[in-house]
Design a protein around this ligand. Structure first.
Ligand code: AHR
Length: 536
């Protein structure tokens, strides 16, 4: 299979991966790979050309964003334990989690939902905690929401980890006035009612707020709206999302549910450049079967392979939504904001079905690596992405159990890939063997490349094949490699995962399985692995 990732130079000669899957294996972009050399008959081989002389757009660092919702134990226990907790904390926020998140250089965190955002009333979450009213979290387990974690606590978290806030406002059950006042409360420096209320609650200076979502999943849990109705609602609510005191807000409209292309077309048409971003939600669900999403850790090769198929579907969605956006916005002023993505399995046995708690294995690491590669490759349109979710929910970075905390394989991929944040994307041409199972093929290798401000080139490579290592011959055009180093994340079994008893069952290691001959770098990717190379 041969793929070019050069969306910026209109040389895309091959059909998308998904089309390739659906149509014939003999399609134009599928070429039989000259597999093994005479010297090495056993190992499959691929070729990669990295065009360092054809720089693409800058990879927006916000592609490495996060999503933290009032759902299960993401906020409560995962982040917020309260000032009186025995778990070491600063102003109620766990120190261990803050340290781990800081290490990811998280650029942006989206909060308070998700579905929760459209039933959240921000005034319940400010002022003395003992006086804050409670509510029922109707979407997520019907549990009592104490509102102990509110606006001030969220901004405190962002400041502690050095991330920018992205707030989602309530369109579904909130008023225009409520949304306008929240923005005033957060960002106004005037002698105004909401700014003075903020001061009374202990924060003198306004916060900086760059990103604001006008509703979440307004086609579903956010109000079951039609795109025409939502687009008008956006125009109305957005009118009152003001830029106070020199703060400028990038407005994110609710976008489509996975392949709802009509939603994108209608909202782009009616809202147009009143928005700065259009969101896209796409979850990796085993066989697209929402009724039985499979186990996060107990699976065989068929489930491994299908999760790869579903993950690669992101590429097709981004291409097709981008094509519609291009029609309305050829200058690409409106970003595609993939503000919910990741794996969604059945919850861990014995846990609250409304809490979406799942384990996280090497398979999820591959899902993270592939998605981040796709976002890097589409840096011309994708301006933000937010993994769902940061802690204890869905494809989490961190799992906690009381005072214990573990880092997941997905965390390690975010940490390895952080070198791409704000770097310049580099187009690649990849010839890859297939990884086929039961008549369905996926490319065995998946990649993206970038050059950072210091001139270092980073190449991330995923080997989707759980059974075979693959030799990749890499060539750089327009640059010469003086020094190469690498890191790898892999493990003996497909479902290897960290547990509270074995917190380091899977973690990154130094990668040395490469050699250089002139302008050729030969890399041997272990089966089921994520590798990041640094070339200087
Ligand atoms: O991430 C969990 C939920 O998935 C979010 O609340 C919602 O927006 C989506 O359906």
């Amino acid at each position: 299979m041969k793929t070019k990732h050069n969306p910026y130079r209109s040389t895309a000669t091959c059909r998308s991966f998904f089309q390739s899957l659906l149509f014939s294996a003999g399609a134009a972009c599928l070429a039989l790979v000259p597999f093994a050399s005479a010297a090495d008959k056993e190992m499959a081989a691929g070729q990669l050309v990295i065009h360092a002389d054809q720089p693409g757009p800058v990879i927006n660092k916000n592609i490495y964003g996060h999503f933290a919702e009032h759902l299960g134990h993401c906020i409560y226990e995962g982040i917020w334990v309260g000032e009186d907790s025995k778990i070491p904390n600063t102003r109620g926020i766990r120190n261990d989690v803050v340290a781990a998140l800081k290490n990811l250089d998280i650029p942006v965190i989206r909060w308070p939902g998700g579905c929760f955002a459209d039933e959240y009333h921000w005034k319940d979450g400010i002022g003395p905690r003992e006086k804050r009213p409670s509510m029922i979290n109707t979407h997520w387990g019907g549990v009592v929401e104490t509102n102990a974690f509110g606006t001030h606590e969220f901004f405190d978290l962002c400041e502690m980890i050095g991330a920018e806030p992205c707030i989602t406002g309530n369109v579904g059950s909130g008023s225009v006035q409520e949304m306008q006042e929240w923005v005033e409360y957060m960002t106004s420096d005037a002698n105004s009612p909401m700014a003075n209320l903020r001061r009374k609650n202990g924060r003198d200076k306004p916060w900086k707020l760059n990103y604001f979502g006008v509703g979440n999943e307004s086609w579903g849990c956010g109000g079951s709206m039609r795109p025409e109705f939502y687009a008008d609602q956006f125009r109305r609510y957005n009118t009152f999302v003001k830029n106070f005191s020199g703060n400028t807000i990038q407005r994110i409209a609710c976008g489509p549910n996975s392949d709802d292309y009509n939603w994108t077309d209608v909202v782009m048409n009616i809202v147009g450049k009143r928005m700065n971003g259009l969101s896209l939600h796409y979850y990796t669900v085993l066989r697209k079967n929402w009724k039985d999403k499979g186990s996060a850790t107990e699976f065989g090769e068929s489930e491994w392979h299908d999760i790869m198929v579903q993950t690669l579907g992101m590429e097709d969605l981004i291409r097709k939504h981008s094509a519609i956006m291009d029609k309305h916005d050829p200058q690409k002023k409106v970003g595609l904001v993939v503000d919910e993505w990741g794996t969604w399995y059945n919850v861990e046995p014995g846990t609250n079905p409304g809490f979406l708690f799942q384990q996280n294995s090497l398979r999820d690491a591959l899902v993270a690596g592939i998605n981040l590669n796709i976002f890097n490759q589409h840096a011309d349109r994708v301006s933000m992405a937010n993994i769902a979710q940061t802690i204890n929910v869905l494809q989490a970075m961190i799992l906690t159990d009381g005072p214990k905390m573990i880092l997941t394989p997905s965390y390690h991929v975010f940490e390895m890939y952080k070198v791409h944040q704000g770097a310049t994307s580099l187009p690649t041409e990849l010839t890859t063997p297939d990884y086929a199972l039961d008549g369905t093929k996926v490319p065995a290798i998946h990649t993206s490349a970038s050059r950072d401000k210091a001139g270092r080139i980073h190449v991330s490579l995923c080997n989707l094949d759980p059974n075979h290592p693959i030799k990749v011959e890499c060539r750089l055009t327009g640059a010469a490699a003086q020094k190469i180093s690498g890191r790898v994340l892999t493990a003996p079994a497909m479902n290897t995962h960290n547990t509270f008893d074995q917190p380091q069952a899977i973690q990154p290691a130094a990668f040395t399985d490469f050699s250089q001959q002139g302008d050729k770098i030969t890399v041997t990717l272990p089966s089921k692995s994520v590798v990041v190379l640094e070339i200087q």
